[in-house]
Ligand binder design. Structure first.
Ligand code: NA7
Length: 538
């Protein structure tokens, strides 16, 4: 099959975030003619967009950087164990400059529609503004949490002052000092914002629909000596991340929950609560995330902590989740979050008692009160994982769109390719190993698989590759089974693709690979060893 219309590029890669940057680098090394289309005005993806106060890693910084270059590891100094957004953005910009990748990137290019041309075995990519580009293979690195969602509250656009979703926090910054601020939403983002801005604003009113189980981040600075020690341990650090299910430095302990005494369990949790990052969530007994009873005991421990930290018992009770246990939704890591509620200028409004009725020109009205604000912050989350795909119209064989195909659940073999969408390769998306893990670690695994796969296609002169529908169905079954192992299957959160603000997303879906990063990696390896089983190539 020959292409009758000229191709602009062999590969178009959408997205210049953590995933796109590394995939680009490897394609350039391979000698592929590739261009990157990115909506933002610079690289960085998540770390380019989310500029809200308090935005920072929940992964240890030194586990989040790319591992492929010793030189890069040796020259970069993370200043904190959990780096703030601006430092991470600087890091990613540094990677782009160091490896001279900017010349392959086109910024301010919002992809709106991608259409498969069966005759030519190519994709036509339509960019906002009317430009189109054609390529043989289309790769997406469009982010897992890059489609922010605003709540459908009456009068949302009536507010006269500044109001924005945290994802679109103004680049030039917002001076909140002395302002009356509302924050709607208490997920990982809201919790970071609240802890950070509470001390500087005149008043902060938090509108909470459902509380989350939050735990202390326990961040600390890294000085030159400590950074040198971390550098010396990089091999050991990445080896540890390679063996844990979440690809974090924290993995489940060997001790069995039911073989330890309540006192022993408590002592372990006490230590973890004082320790850094996700240790309290992912570095403990496996059973806590799998067994209702074990989970209830752990939840009671964390509830006690909340009661200790929040002075007003009524407020403390409102901050303790009653509809789900610890760790079955994403655990927001906090700094000063619970203490913020002890400040005179901070107030919690429980929307389960007094729901928001409307947003007005001057503030927010609940069922029993009218509030005036200078700024309203929406920390209301994302149309997670598939949202970014839904916002681009991908038209595959027979005119079917990906959005239509994924209306009920995401069907995509290995999280890499969806049947009916030949030559469309997803580097980061639903059901792959990246969504539930320390992102760069999982991304490196996928890119290190994807790159030889593309090399194979080129070497063999393959111009069309499509995932087999049987392989796709089996993978979907496997993904569903993996959900059954974990309590998170019951959660109404982005882990199950649930979002009240998006039409049709009030139903649980299976968007995450819950089998652990090592198993996902092993599966990719087997598929490659079997000559890319499950992919039809011609
Ligand atoms: P999340 O974790 O999805 O949190 C969104 C929050 O917004 C959550 O507390 C929601 O309450 C709340 N929300 C959503 N819609 C409304 C309305 N209409 N009214 C009131 N409150 C609402 O998103 P985040 O940005 O915090 O975190 C996403 C990920 O980013 C995080 O996991 C990290 O990996 C990074 P709900 O719980 O649905 O009742």
């Amino acid at each position: 099959m020959t292409t009758t219309k000229p191709l602009d590029h062999e590969v178009i890669l959408i997205g210049a975030g953590v995933c796109g940057i590394y995939q680009l680098l490897r394609l350039v090394e391979l000698g592929v003619d590739v261009t990157v289309l990115e909506t933002g005005d610079g690289p960085g993806g998540t770390w380019y967009w989310n500029r809200y106060p308090g935005c920072r890693f929940d992964s240890e910084s030194w586990t989040y950087g790319y591992s492929f270059s010793r030189e890069l590891l040796d020259e970069w100094h993370w200043t904190e164990h959990f780096a703030p957004q601006y430092e991470t953005l600087r890091y990613l910009e540094h990677v782009v400059e160091k490896f001279d990748l900017r010349k392959y990137m086109q910024f301010g290019q919002k992809v709106e529609r991608c259409v498969w041309d069966e005759e030519d075995r190519s994709w036509t990519v339509e960019i906002a503004g009317g430009r189109t580009l054609r390529c043989r293979f289309l790769l997406t690195a469009i982010g897992l949490l890059s489609a922010p969602t605003l709540p459908a509250i009456e009068g949302r656009d009536d507010f006269a002052g500044p109001s924005f979703h945290t994802f679109y926090w103004p680049k030039e910054g917002v001076d909140l000092a002395g302002k009356r601020v509302a924050v709607i939403g208490t997920g990982a983002t809201g919790v970071q914002v609240i802890g950070k801005i509470a001390p500087e604003v005149a008043s902060l009113t938090v509108f909470q629909r459902r509380p989350n189980w939050c735990a202390p981040l326990n961040n600390a600075p890294i000085d030159t000596d400590e950074m040198a020690k971390i550098r010396a341990r990089y091999d050991e650090i990445f080896a540890k991340c390679a063996e844990t299910p979440g690809a974090f430095i924290h993995g489940p302990i060997d001790k069995k929950f039911w073989e330890s005494t309540p006192e022993e369990r408590r002592a372990i949790w006490e230590e973890l609560y004082k320790g850094p990052g996700f240790g309290i969530w992912l570095g403990q007994f496996r059973e806590v995330l799998m067994d209702e009873e074990a989970n209830a005991e752990m939840s009671a421990f964390v509830a006690e902590k909340i009661r200790e930290r929040v002075h007003d018992p009524e407020v403390a009770e409102k901050l303790i989740p009653k509809d789900h246990g610890f760790g079955v939704q994403r655990v927001p890591m906090e700094t000063n979050y619970y203490e913020a509620y002890n400040q005179e200028n901070v107030r919690l409004v429980d929307l389960s008692e007094t729901p928001i009725e409307r947003i007005t020109e001057t503030g927010i009205e609940t069922s029993d009160e009218s509030f005036e604000f200078d700024v309203i912050v929406f920390a209301t989350g994302f149309d997670a994982i598939t949202g970014a795909f839904d916002r681009i119209e991908f038209v595959g064989t027979d005119g079917q769109t990906l959005k239509e195909k994924w209306a009920d659940d995401a069907l995509i073999y290995l999280g890499i390719q969806s049947h009916g969408f030949p030559n469309l390769l997803v580097v980061s998306g639903p059901t792959a190993g990246s969504a539930s893990t320390n992102f760069p670690r999982a991304i490196e695994s996928i890119v290190d698989w994807m790159t030889p796969f593309i090399a194979h296609l080129r070497e063999q002169g393959i111009t069309r590759v499509e995932a087999n529908s049987d392989a796709e169905r089996e993978w979907a079954e496997h993904i569903k089974e993996l959900y059954q192992m974990l309590l998170l299957r019951n959660a109404k959160s982005w882990f199950t693709g649930y979002n009240e603000n998006v039409e049709g997303r009030q139903k649980k879906r299976h968007l995450i690979y819950n089998g652990g990063a090592p198993n996902y990696r092993a599966r990719l390896g087997e598929v490659a060893a079997e000559g890319y089983a499950g992919f039809e190539m011609s």
